[in-house]
Design a protein around this ligand. Structure first.
Ligand code: ADP
Ligand code: MG
Length: 564
C-alpha cells in the first residue's frame, strides 16, 4: 500500500503556531537577532575553515533601524545570506531549520568557534506576531544575485530578484496597525527597542547597533546661556562578551562587583563571587554571588529564589528555581549552557535532566566555597552566618533532613566554654575522652541560658555546651541526631550519661526511699508536672525542670506558638 502524505492547512497551522508558542510577543526581536547572529556565525565559520580572505571578525554587525512614518523595524546582518532555494526552503517551510542542518553537518576543527542558536525552524515566524508584512532581502556571500522574499503571513509568500549591496540579509517588518488595545508603537521607540536588546540579546557576540536620539551642547553658544541640539548617535546596544565567558585572570574584583550591583540591583559589593566553568556531563558557565546582606524580604514568602538561565548567551529564564536548593536560596547569579534542550518557544526546558545535573554541581560548588570561607576567613564567614545562617539551619531540618549531610559542617553555635561561635567539628575535637554526648541548652539569649540550673553543673565539670537561641536550632540538631557518631543531648534531658552505674543505683534507691514525699509533691503540682524525682544534677539550685519525651520544653514552646 502506498503511504499517503498528511495534508496540512498551512495557513491555519501558521496562525495557530504563531499565537500559541510564545507568551511574550516582544521575543520576536530576540528570535530575529538570534538568526542574524547565526548567519554571521556561519559565514565566520566558513571564513575560518576555508581560509577566506577579506573577511574580518571586526566587520560583522547587526544593524537595527526604525522608521516611525513607514511603521517599519529593519534588521540587517552581513552574515552568510540565503540563495533563492534557501529562502524557499528555510522561510517557506515551517519547522525547517537551516541552522540545525548546519550544526549537524559541520564537525571540523573550528566547531568550538561556533555557537549556533537556531534549531527548531519556527523563530522567524514570530515576526508575524507584530508585523503585518515581512520582507526579506538576501544575498549569499560570494554571489551577486539577490532575492526578495515577502509575506503577509497567512497568505503565503512571493519571491523575486532584487538589488542589494553586499552580502547578508535585511529583514523589514511592517508593524501591524494599532487596533483597540493592541498597540505596536513600542517597537518604533528606540529606547524600548534598545531595552529589549539589552534584556534578551545582550550577549550576542556581534555588535547590535542602532541610531539613538541624543542631545548635546550647541557648539559656540555662550557658557552662561547653554543651548542644546538634538542629534542621533549610532550606538552599540549590547555588551557582547558576557563577563562569565571571560577568563578569570582577565577579571578584577571590581569587574565582578560592578556587574553584580548593576544586574541584581544591590548597593553593596557581594560577600562572595563564584565563577566556574565546567565541561563534561554538562557544559556550562556559572557566575554566582552571595549578597553581603540578606534582602529585606528574604525570610518572607515574597522572596523568590532562582538563577538566570542563558542558552548560548541568550536569556531563556529570568528566575529558574530548579537550579538552586532551598538551603542556598540566597545565592544570586546565572548559568549559561550550550547544551540545554529547550522547548520550541525557547522559553522553557524540554526536560530537567540537564538542569538536575547542573543544579547538583552548583550545590557542591557553593558548599565547598562556603567551607573554604569558613576555614580561611572566619570573620567573613561569621558575617555571612549572621545573614543566612538561619536558612542553613532550616535547610538541615527541611525535607526530612535530605540536605543534612551537606550542611552539618557549615553550622555555627554559641559555645559555653569558648564564648563565641563554634562548629560541630571544633566541639567534637575538644570533647573529653569519657564524654558520650554533645550537650546543648536552649533559651532566649546566651545570657539566660547561662543562668539555667541545668547548665551549671555541666559547666562546672568542664563540659562544653552549645547554647541554642533560635527556634529552629533544636529541631535542626534533632534532625541531625548525631555528629561524628556523637549524639546530641539536651541538658534538660533526664539522663545525661554522667553518672556511674553505682551513682545511678544510689539515686534510684533514694528515690525509692522518698517515694511518699515525691508522690505528695507530684499531687500538689497535679497537671503541671508528670513526675517529681531526686537528682544528682543540681549544684546551687534546689530544683530544675527536665524532660524525657521526644519534645523538649523549648520545642514545646515553639510548637505551641505556631499558628495551628
Ligand atoms: P531556527 O533559527 O530555529 O533554525 P528560524 O525559523 O528562526 O529557525 O529560521 C529558519 C531558518 O532560516 C534558519 O535555520 C536559517 O537557515 C534561515 N535564516 C533565518 N534568518 C536568517 C538570516 N538572517 N540569514 C540567513 N539565514 C537565515
Ligand atoms: Mg531562529
Amino acid at each position: 500500500m502506498r503511504t499517503k502524505q498528511f495534508k496540512a492547512e498551512s495557513k491555519r497551522l501558521l496562525e495557530l503556531m504563531i499565537n500559541s508558542i510564545y507568551t511574550h510577543r516582544e521575543i520576536f526581536l530576540r528570535e530575529l537577532i538570534s538568526n542574524a547572529s547565526d548567519a554571521i556565525d556561519k559565514l565566520y565559520y566558513h571564513s575560518l575553515s576555508e581560509n577566506l580572505t577579506g573577511l574580518s571578525r571586526d566587520d560583522f554587525s547587526i544593524e537595527l533601524a526604525l522608521d516611525k512614518d513607514a511603521r517599519t523595524l529593519t534588521i540587517t546582518d552581513n552574515g552568510c545570506g540565503m540563495t533563492k532555494d534557501e529562502l524557499e526552503s528555510n522561510l517557506g517551510t515551517i519547522a525547517k531549520s537551516g541552522s540545525l542542518a548546519f550544526k549537524q553537518e559541520e564537525d571540523g576543527e573550528h566547531r568550538e568557534d561556533i555557537d549556533i542558536i537556531g534549531q527548531f525552524g519556527v523563530g522567524f515566524y514570530s515576526a508575524f506576531m507584530v508585523a503585518s508584512r515581512v520582507t526579506v532581502y538576501s544575498r549569499p556571500y560570494g554571489s551577486d544575485e539577490a532575492w526578495k522574499w515577502e509575506s503577509r503571513g497567512v497568505e503565503g509568500y512571493t519571491i523575486e530578484p532584487c538589488e542589494m549591496d553586499g552580502h547578508g540579509t535585511k529583514i523589514v517588518l511592517t508593524l501591524k496597525e494599532n487596533e483597540g488595545k493592541e498597540n505596536y508603537d513600542e517597537f518604533l521607540d528606540p529606547h524600548r527597542v534598545s531595552a529589549l536588546v539589552k534584556r534578551y540579546s545582550d550577549y550576542i557576540r556581534y555588535p547590535i547597533r542602532m541610531d539613538m536620539p541624543a542631545r548635546r551642547l550647541k557648539e559656540g553658544c555662550p557658557e552662561d546661556k547653554p543651548e542644546y541640539e538634538d542629534y542621533t548617535e549610532h550606538e552599540t546596544l549590547n555588551s557582547m562578551v558576557p563577563i562569565w565567558k571571560k577568563n578569570k585572570s582577565e577579571l578584577k574584583d571590581e569587574d565582578y562587583n560592578n556587574f553584580y550591583k548593576e544586574k541584581y540591583f544591590d548597593f553593596e559589593d557581594p560577600a562572595l563571587v563564584i565563577h566556574s566553568s565546567t565541561e563534561g556531563a554538562a557544559t556550562y558557565n556559572a557566575l554566582l554571588f552571595i549578597p553581603a546582606r540578606a534582602p529585606f524580604n528574604y525570610y518572607s514568602r515574597d522572596y523568590e529564589k532562582g538563577l538566570q538561565l542563558y542558552a548560548s548567551g541568550v536569556l531563556i529564564m529570568d528566575r529558574c528555581a530548579d537550579l538552586l536548593p532551598d538551603c542556598f536560596s540566597f545565592v544570586k547569579g546565572l548559568v549559561d549552557s550550550q547544551d540545554l534542550s529547550l522547548n520550541i518557544s525557547r522559553e522553557m526546558l524540554q526536560h530537567d535532566r540537564q538542569l538536575k545535573v547542573i543544579a547538583g554541581r552548583l550545590e557542591k560548588k557553593i558548599h565547598s566555597e562556603l567551607l573554604s570561607m569558613l576555614k580561611n576567613d572566619r570573620e567573613k564567614y561569621e558575617k555571612f552566618w549572621k545573614n543566612f545562617g538561619l536558612q542553613l539551619k532550616f535547610g538541615v531540618y527541611n525535607d526530612y533532613g535530605a540536605k543534612k549531610d551537606l550542611l552539618q559542617d557549615l553550622l555555627l553555635f554559641h559555645s559555653s566554654s569558648e564564648e563565641k561561635l563554634v562548629t560541630l567539628s571544633e566541639y567534637v575535637g575538644r570533647m573529653k575522652e569519657s564524654q558520650k554526648y554533645i550537650y546543648y541548652a536552649c533559651g532566649e539569649t546566651v545570657e539566660k541560658i547561662g543562668l539555667l540550673p541545668q547548665t551549671e553543673l555541666l559547666r562546672d565539670q568542664g563540659y562544653e555546651i552549645l547554647y541554642l537561641t533560635d527556634d529552629v536550632d533544636e529541631f535542626a540538631l534533632r534532625m541531625l541526631f548525631k555528629y561524628e557518631d556523637k549524639e546530641f543531648k539536651s541538658v534538660a534531658d533526664k539522663d545525661l550519661g554522667l553518672e556511674t552505674e553505682e551513682e545511678k543505683e544510689e539515686i534510684k534507691k533514694q528515690n525509692e526511699e522518698n517515694k511518699d514525699l515525691l508522690g505528695f509533691l507530684r499531687d500538689a503540682l497535679d497537671g503541671k508536672v508528670k513526675e517529681v524525682r531526686l537528682s544528682s544534677r543540681l549544684k546551687s539550685h534546689p530544683v530544675c525542670l527536665s524532660s524525657d519525651g521526644m519534645v523538649s520544653l523549648e520545642m514545646e514552646k515553639v510548637l505551641s506558638a505556631m499558628p495551628g
